[in-house]
Design a protein around this ligand. Sequence first.
Ligand SMILES: Nc1ncnc2c1ncn2[C@@H]1O[C@H](COP(=O)(O)OP(=O)(O)O)[C@@H](O)[C@H]1O
Ligand SMILES: [Mg+2]
Length: 487
Amino acid sequence: MTLSLGFFHRHRSGALMSRVLNDVNTMQEGVANVITGVMREGVTALALLGVVFYRNWQLAILAFLAIPLTVYPARTIGKRIKRLSGRSLEKLGDISKILQETFSGIKVIKAFGLEPRVVAEFNAVNREFYGFVRRTIKYTSLSSPVMEVITSLGIAAVIWFGGTLVMRGAMTAPEFFSFIAAMVMLYTPVRKLLSSYNVLQRSLGAAERVFEILDEEPEIRDLPTAVALDTAQGEVRFEGVSFSYQDEYVVRNINLEARKGEVVALVGPSGSGKTTLVSLITRFYDVSEGKVLIDGIDVRSIRTRDLLRQISLVDQETTLFNDTVANNIRFGRPDATDEEVEAVARAAFAHDFIMEMPQGYATCIGDRGVRLSGGQRKRICIARAILKDSPILILDEATSALDTESEQMVQQAINNLMANRTTFVIAHRLSTILHADRIVVLEKGEIVEQGTHRQLLEAGGLYRKLYEMQFDAQQRQGSGDPCPARE
Ligand SMILES: Nc1ncnc2c1ncn2[C@@H]1O[C@H](COP(=O)(O)OP(=O)(O)O)[C@@H](O)[C@H]1O
Ligand SMILES: [Mg+2]
């Protein structure tokens, strides 16, 4: 949760889930096994070692001459197991990634008849996983015969040398047999210790992957000098801002100011950097050059918690959780009363349809809100944003993907939401941004035009071109002017 959005874009959620579940589990098995094994078997082995050395230390040294010979194969096998463990967990991550994407995208898979492809993809990864597991088992099983051969060499040497000692009368027969008995009894704990060693290697392979995540430095974090910000006025300024995801600039040298309560619209072709630009305000990403300021304070020097309290974001995705309607709205402010929840639902034109649901505000809306229509989901998201009551509002394609009827409802809801807030609005349909205080036209990450609707139309640049394209399209559908003038 402390890692930045960029981290989550780089890693697939299925793979992350697998790391949290499978890798941690593998690591934990090792810890439990090794601690109990080393305690119990280690004590037994030490006691028996004492007996052996007490009986005849020269003979004991001879018996343990074989031990250094075991170090090399044990270490080699251990290393292999550790590497294989990491690789097989990686594959397990790939498997859960495929599963996660398959189940959440099941509708598209069915619609396009992609089942055989998904199955083939799954089988391929699963087979690779099987390969790694098999090799792990091979090395684990290999380790005991190797050790047995080496240790039996030691025991053979002891019987041969001890036998001659007894025959020469240098050692009594009972002494010799008690020595041999202790040696043989040593065998079990040593073997168990060795298998603990292999389990330890396996869990170390998992631990490396777990700590890779734990040691990940959050790209976005609070400076020690970060300042608190209670309630901002809501003035936002971009000063010479450039940003790149990898090496190419996606937004370049942006200078832009939105005064308190102003509505600034961002317009431009798809991929021109509109979403990227607004995500610099919320610090989903940090600027590469320049500054973004709220009330004259650089966002990077505001405590993240305080910064996010100043901003509401409504975008194309309507993320709802499988919970009641009321709780989904309350995400905006968890301590809101029932009356407050109802008030914002009314403002978002959601109250009426909520009351028609079986249990009203207590109705569970199902996984990702599948039981609601697109426009209804959106209005719940807007209610949530109204409840949050933050001075800055970002609307990123909030009304796209809606049919005309729900769009009108949503637009009215949005108008309520925009009241008295500094708003950045991104919309494809230019009709939604006609009345913005300022329209900023972006192309390939740069501001190419700025002004009001009238000014930009007169200027005859990119904005006019975009406007006429929509106008033409609408006329062909016979619905007239896409942007009826303000009544
Ligand atoms: N997470 C990301 N990683 C790398 N490149 C990205 C990422 N998000 C967007 N881009 C790229 O940045 C450019 C601008 O994208 P975006 O800001 O989403 O455009 P818009 O919202 O104007 O359609 C595009 O070329 C897009 O491919
Ligand atoms: Mg976008």
